[in-house]
Design a protein around this ligand. Structure first.
Ligand SMILES: Nc1ncnc2c1ncn2[C@@H]1O[C@H](COP(=O)(O)OP(=O)(O)O)[C@@H](O)[C@H]1O
Ligand SMILES: Nc1ccn([C@@H]2O[C@H](COP(=O)(O)OP(=O)(O)O)[C@@H](O)[C@H]2O)c(=O)n1
Length: 228
């Protein structure tokens, strides 16, 4: 199948909306591939820290993105591990600093260009679920089904708080809310690929919806589109 004929479901939205959870459920149910585009931006930000490249040096950050040696491997427990230069950085990139670094480098147009083709290479049969901010608007504008998942900032911060607490991390709810609001503002106001729903996206506000209800609504759209 030519890559342009491979169906894609895009799942975009702000941090903590439930994109990753929904995308994994969809990919597992449909037996499709999964693209965690945020991980590419997170690894780029993290690689800059390791290589002592300042996030403000746009040309150097783009160079890091262009040569990013990143692999996604599924471990024995079925968890996707993110490997940078042979080292498992999955945990390091999921911190709030990792999110801040990702959103800082993601605002650099040359970084987005450097990662564009790499993201499109994930489009392989039988299908792809792509999680990010600009999956439906820029990376896969021809996707047959686009979801924009959102929730109030307070609800998203509380979700992240419970998630990090469960992982045994030392977290503060007010700081998380501040980080989320700062990241929302940066992601929505940048000049390239800002966080906005695609015109043809189905917008779902999950503030008061359990993930099971979100998943059921999306699966109805999947069937309506004839993707299963
Ligand atoms: N609809 C929902 N209701 C309550 N909690 C949710 C919902 N969707 C996701 N979560 C939880 O919120 C946290 C953040 O979800 P995640 O999928 O990582 O968000 P995102 O990928 O958009 O940042 C996770 O702990 C997840 O289990
Ligand atoms: N397609 C994407 C994915 C992420 N990003 C950036 O990368 C950051 C981290 O993305 P993520 O999806 O891992 O973050 P969470 O939604 O999981 O918090 C975001 O805040 C965006 O700035 C982006 O610009 N474009």
């Amino acid at each position: 199948m030519a890559s342009a004929d491979v169906p894609v479901i895009t799942v975009d939205g702000p941090s903590g909306a439930g994109k990753g959870t929904l995308s994994h459920l969809l990919a597992d149910t449909l037996h499709w591939h999964f693209l965690d585009s945020g991980a590419l931006y997170r690894v780029t930000g993290h690689a800059c820290l390791l290589e002592k490249v300042s996030w403000d040096d746009h040309a150097a950050v783009a160079e890091v993105a262009r040569h990013l040696q990143v692999d996604f491997r599924t471990d024995a427990a079925g968890e996707v591990r993110v490997i940078y230069k042979g080292v498992d950085v999955s945990r390091d990139i999921r911190t709030e600093e990792g999110g801040r670094g990702a959103s800082t480098v993601a605002a650099i147009p040359a970084v987005r260009d450097a990662l564009l083709q790499r993201q499109r290479e994930f489009r392989q049969a039988p299908g792809l679920v792509a999680d990010g901010r600009d999956m439906g608007t820029v990376v896969f504008p021809d996707a047959p089904l686009k979801i924009f998942l959102t929730a109030s900032a307070t609800e998203r911060a509380e979700r992240r708080y419970r998630q990090l607490l469960a992982k045994g991390e030392d977290v503060s709810l007010p700081r998380l809310l501040g980080d989320i609001e700062e990241r929302d503002a940066r992601d929505s106001s940048r000049s390239v690929a800002p966080l906005v729903p695609a015109e043809d996206a189905i917008v779902i506000d999950s503030s008061n919806l359990p993930i099971t209800a979100v998943f059921a609504e999306v699966m109805r759209a999947v069937r309506r589109k004839g993707l299963v």
